[in-house]
Design a protein around this ligand. Sequence first.
Ligand code: RET
Length: 315
Amino acid sequence: MSTIEKRANNALHANGNTVNGKSVAIAITTHGSDIYWAVCAVMVCATFAFLGLAATKPRQHRIFHYITAAITLVASIAYFSMGSNLGWTPIDVEFARGVGSGVHGVNREIFYVRYIDWFITTPLLLLDLLLTAALPWPTILFIIIVDEVMIVTGLVGALVRSSYKWGYFTFGCAALAWIVYVLVWEGRRHANVMGADIGKTFLLCGSLTAFLWTLYPIAWGVCEGGNVITPDSEAVFYGILDLLAKPVFGALLIWGHRGIDPARLGLNIHDYENDAQYSDKHYAGNGTSGVTTGTDGVANGTSGVNNGHAAGQTV
Ligand code: RET
């Protein structure tokens, strides 16, 4: 390897394998760091692409662009951290492996930053999906809380050394089972009732999510949990999953929404600056006009929600 190549990725030299005086034995190499950087680059590009697409739409039609761009933005920072060999802590392994295994040593690098990313982004992914299905907000709220339970149990389990980590893992899997049930059953049925195009978009993005999300506990089982595959392979496994679950999912979702007015989903979003019905022509200039406009907006919102439900009942 030439000097130039060696210098290309300096992360492991700048941020070594010792934190707070404790060293880690099982850790990423420069190869793993390169993978994290590559995923970081894709997440940054996706963020700009989603924001660029948002700019081509009126403000009332940008909700899914913004939610999705927020997801890839947060992921960019998580991957920046992991590419830099930051955002981890050494945790003693439950299963010690042999010298030639590639995962030999007393402790393993656990990237807690991954879970901070997921804590922020998985609720947003669910919001993207469940708003598409136009499910009632209490259902959405509860699923998001179940999702947070899943991520936190995964983090706590990853930070535990003893076999009790699998207890947390089990709680997390139960939470995931509930989420998948709501997606493939309640969500799919509700989306179909909202119209064929909405049903199709939900089916595509919901199936992708239900499938991909069940692979995460497998990755956890062979990485943080079982210490079976190396941290470099962990970077590949989670990296591919995250690329499919975020930028690819996001592109499909935004594409699916191209012909769907958010108002059909009960999302009554107004841009008072540009909405024709609120322009100065209609509410010409006295002091109370602003108040009138506001009230009107709320009234419209209510009727819009009713419309959403009416659509649900009649189809
Ligand atoms: C954990 C371990 C505990 C059991 C289960 C898990 C599931 C995690 C999932 C993560 C999804 C992440 C996504 C990230 C997007 O980039 C926490 C690994 C069930 C489903 C979609």
